[in-house]
Design a protein around this ligand. Structure first.
Ligand code: FE2
Ligand code: FE2
Length: 198
């Protein structure tokens, strides 16, 4: 559920959720196509998606949530502490989950169909996990933030979420992640991306 707000931080956060959702939907589309016996996509596409969901949340998205939005919210209210604890714990699990996905993909590439089911299951589990994660942020954390945060909190949070305050903005690393996202959108088949329908 999207909240109505003019805060830059909220627009940036929702936009980043949209990007991550699109990539994760792309991953599901590919494993589901394989499970239905359709032509397997180029593993390079899947590797690009995996790299994106490994790097972008960890380096760009989660730190801004933890250090600014969640921290300021904890300082103003304890009503959502349990949800924030859960979300921070999920942020810490992210790296091991994407590593497990990468290992499962490697096994599938090496062993073929015998290693497909664990890979398929991990993708579906990850998609469910991350969708629930974003829902908690949008349905519980953002309404609480709008209710409890003060203008001086928002001044700091908006500045940190704004692209020009992003510590990675303009860096080669950030540009490479943006390029990676464009690449995924261009090569993934419709309706996920702009590539030819599969
Ligand atoms: Fe998060
Ligand atoms: Fe998030």
């Amino acid at each position: 559920m999207r909240v109505l707000s003019n805060h830059i931080a909220i627009r940036v956060m929702e936009d980043e959720h949209d990007r991550l959702s699109a990539v994760i939907r792309g991953m599901q589309h590919f494993v589901r196509a394989i499970s239905k016996g359709k032509k397997a996509p180029d593993p390079k596409v899947f590797r690009a998606m995996l790299e994106y969901i490994s790097e972008y949340p960890h380096k760009v998205h989660h730190p801004k949530e933890d250090q600014y939005l969640f921290a300021r919210l904890r300082a103003r209210t304890n009503r959502v502490n349990q949800t924030l604890d859960e979300l921070e714990s999920q942020h810490r699990q992210g790296e091991s989950q994407t590593l497990a996905l990468e290992q499962a993909l490697t096994r599938y590439e090496l062993e073929g169909v015998a290693a497909f089911q664990p890979f398929f299951d991990l993708v579906e589990t990850y998609a469910e996990f991350y969708s629930h994660h974003m829902e908690l942020e949008e349905d519980v954390v953002l309404p609480a933030a709008i209710k409890f945060l003060k203008p001086d909190d928002w001044a700091v949070i908006d500045a940190q979420f704004a692209a020009n305050a992003d510590p990675l903005a303009g860096s080669a690393y950030k540009e490479s992640l943006d390029k990676l996202f464009s690449l995924i959108v261009n090569i993934a088949p419709a309706p996920i991306g702009r590539g030819p329908a599969s």
